[in-house]
Design a protein around this ligand. Structure first.
Ligand SMILES: NC(=O)c1ccc[n+]([C@@H]2O[C@H](COP(=O)([O-])OP(=O)(O)OC[C@H]3O[C@@H](n4cnc5c(N)ncnc54)[C@H](O)[C@@H]3O)[C@@H](O)[C@H]2O)c1
Ligand SMILES: O=C(O)[C@H](O)COP(=O)(O)O
Length: 466
């Protein structure tokens, strides 16, 4: 018998969350059977709809989410716990069981294994661009919305890359280290201006295209490769293949997401195709570059310098030991000449973090308080003009369900006794999201509506705000 989870909604009443058909003692089910869980859910006999109380909403923020985001959520009256680091998996599982909202950055891995334990979770806020650290599909099938900040730190990354291009071209890291060690080493050999050099941008999205503009302003020629045909900024030129770009670029910079296709996108074969004496910059994801192959390419002189901001394995907290991936000869990136290693700081500026805190914080508030999914990366994007919950006998029904025939007919049958003021519905793949504002409903009706919706085989998550 599945026990219901009572989740307070933003307007003062109750939200019930199906537990995917799992009793507290049932064993986890396979990833492919998520819909089977949903169809077994909705037994909510223990559910109690209760007046909403914002302080009942529990939020866990990890990885030092900016104060702007923390303030915004605290001001709503939610319970906010903010930690500076990510958590080891076991601790994360322990903590996530209890919360309605989790805020993370790029390090916290919200896998199916972790999300399966998140019985009360309504929504995940990624206070960053990347969402590869979250199992988006499992989250959607579990009725958990995910939000991110798609471009608030793009400029910061683009500026970092511009700085790195010059630092690499002039070997500034090495000169500075030498001076710190007391060595005066004035050289011009293999130190270059960047004017007239070719920058090859792999992934011409928010970051890549901004970088394109900045690089041209400094006199560079820009070429780019992307899986999508994209409008060129300025006089940049899109090339048909990655190999074409590698053969032409003096600097190769990576701005693709982490996907199965981009894993080890730059490996031995790609280094072979690069110009001798060219440079590599990676501020995308650590998995995009094959680190042992990079070490080899740098030792052989094929690559004259590299700037690496992201790594396949990154420490959890400041002060933790950093050990870049060893190659088969027991070497690592540390200690190579003309290599800049930075601790994933591409988006780490005051401006970017403040903006991200506000953007994701506001998206979370809209979702918790009103069910609005605009900006969600895994659910259909739905909005509906303001709730009228201050008026008596009004409710907003939010129904996340499997995208199968017959749902609307059934939902409207359930709502038929009441006045549906507004209704909207949309789908994204297997998942659909329906929102309806209903008037002429009393508390006992709401309980009944909620239970009937949850009892449907296509139910994933039912929330009724009243
Ligand atoms: N170092 C940092 O701190 C930092 C900060 C922000 C973002 N990032 C990383 O940078 C990535 C890019 O950010 P963005 O905002 O520019 O993303 P974006 O989605 O705007 O652009 C990514 C581009 O890559 C292209 N692409 C996807 N797969 C590709 C492939 N296999 N080959 C070629 N092109 C491909 C897409 O078509 C898109 O144009 C993010 O996904 C994130 O992982 C890192
Ligand atoms: O995805 C991102 O926005 C970047 O990788 C930055 O991640 P961070 O917020 O963990 O620094």
């Amino acid at each position: 018998m599945a026990s219901a989870r009572d989740i307070p909604n933003a307007q003062g009443r109750a939200v019930s969350h199906s537990n995917f058909g799992m009793s507290p003692t049932s064993t986890p089910q396979s990833p492919t059977s998520s819909f089977a869980h949903a169809s077994l859910a909705s037994r909510t006999l223990e559910k109690q709809l209760k007046p909403f109380n914002k302080p009942d909403i529990k939020i866990l923020l990890l990885e030092n989410v900016n104060q702007s985001g923390r303030d915004l959520l605290t001001a709503q009256g939610y319970q906010v716990e903010a930690l500076k680091t990510s958590l080891p998996e076991a601790e994360l599982i322990e903590k996530i069981r209890d919360v309605h909202v989790i805020g993370i950055r790029s390090k916290t891995k919200l896998t199916e294994k972790v999300l399966r334990e998140a019985k009360n979770l309504l929504v995940i806020g990624c206070f960053c661009i990347g969402t590869n650290q979250v199992d988006l599909s499992y989250a959607a099938k579990s009725g958990i919305a995910v939000f991110n900040s798609p471009f608030a730190n793009s400029r910061s990354v683009a500026e970092l890359v511009i700085a790195e291009i010059i630092v690499l071209a002039r070997q500034l890291g090495d000169r500075s280290n030498e001076m710190h060690r007391g060595t005066w080493n004035k050289v011009s050999n293999k130190c270059w201006e960047i004017r007239g050099k070719t920058l090859g941008i792999v992934g011409y999205g928010h970051i890549g295209s901004q970088l394109s503009v900045l690089a041209e302003m400094m006199g560079m020629n820009v070429i780019y490769y992307d899986v999508v045909t994209l409008m060129a900024m300025g006089t940049a030129k899109q090339l048909p293949t990655l190999d074409d770009l590698l053969a032409e670029a003096d600097f190769v910079t990576l701005h693709v997401p982490e996907t199965p296709e981009t894993k080890n996108m730059i490996s031995s074969a790609q280094f072979e195709k690069m110009k001798t004496g060219s440079y590599l910059i990676n501020a995308s994801r650590g998995t995009v570059v094959d680190i042992p192959a990079l070490i080899h390419a740098m030792r052989s002189g094929k690559v004259a310098g590299a700037a690496i901001d992201v790594f396949p394995h990154e420490p959890a907290a400041n002060g933790d030991y950093f050990n870049s991936q060893l190659n088969s000869w027991g070497e690592d990136l540390r200690g190579l000449s003309n290599i800049i290693l930075t601790p994933h700081i591409g988006g780490s500026t005051e401006e970017a973090q403040r903006a991200i805190g506000v953007e994701v914080g506001e998206a979370l508030v809209r979702y918790i308080n009103q069910g609005i999914t605009i900006g969600s990366v895994n659910l259909p994007e739905i909005t509906m003009r303001g709730l009228t919950l201050d008026e008596p006998n009004h409710a907003r029904v939010i129904y996340i369900h499997r995208n199968v025939p017959g749902v609307l007919r059934k939902v409207n049958e359930i709502l038929a006794e009441h006045n549906v003021d507004k209704q909207i519905s949309d789908s994204r793949g297997d998942i659909a999201y329906l929102m309806a504002d209903v008037s002429n409903v009393k508390t006992e009706h709401i309980k009944q509506i909620s239970e009937e919706l949850e009892a449907q085989s296509f139910n994933i998550l039912t929330r009724v705000l009243y």
